[in-house]
Design a protein around this ligand. Structure first.
Ligand code: DQA
Length: 147
């Protein structure tokens, strides 16, 4: 099994009750369960983590180096603010796929910029909870073995 990290950032622990008209009714626990079971079918041992703290997220990204083959990252609002997260991803050289439930380009202008994008393998945006599944498939294709 190939180890993969699914990392969610601030306020994503509230999924299901947080602005469901924007983010949907699916809870984070449901997303994480789906990632673990879909990942297993791809040969991935998926570890899920969520933090509201930028520093804790950076520590998890650092720990992924040499331990996890890829990261699926929804950095929440830190996407639009965090040079530190961008630097962490660039430093560890673990292929990282950026995910957003909502289409950030169809929303407020401040959400159009991503500090994650320049260091990500790619972005999957606007497909709700299914975006995490698409990201795992993309990671599988990137790491080899197709989908
Ligand atoms: C989000 C989009 C961000 O702009 C927002 O701050 C979030 C969630 C998304 O998944 O659509 O917290 O990352």
């Amino acid at each position: 099994m190939i180890a993969v990290l699914v990392l969610n950032g601030p306020n994503l622990n509230l999924l299901g009750t947080r602005q469901p008209e924007v983010y949907g009714a699916t809870t984070l626990a449901m997303i994480e369960n789906a990632c673990r079971s879909h990942g297993a079918g791809l040969g991935f041992e998926v570890t899920c983590a969520q933090s509201n703290s930028e520093g804790a997220m950076i520590d998890l990204i650092h720990a992924a180096r040499g331990a996890q083959a890829g990261i699926v990252l929804n950095a929440g609002a830190y996407t639009h603010t965090s040079v530190a997260l961008m630097d962490a991803i660039a430093s560890v050289e673990v292929p990282t796929i950026e995910v957003h439930l909502s289409n950030i380009h169809a929303r407020e202008a401040f959400r159009h910029q991503s500090y994650i994008a320049p260091v990500a393998l790619g972005q999957i945006i606007g497909f709700g909870a299914h975006g995490y599944i698409l990201a795992l498939d993309a990671l599988k294709a990137h790491l080899g073995g197709g989908t």
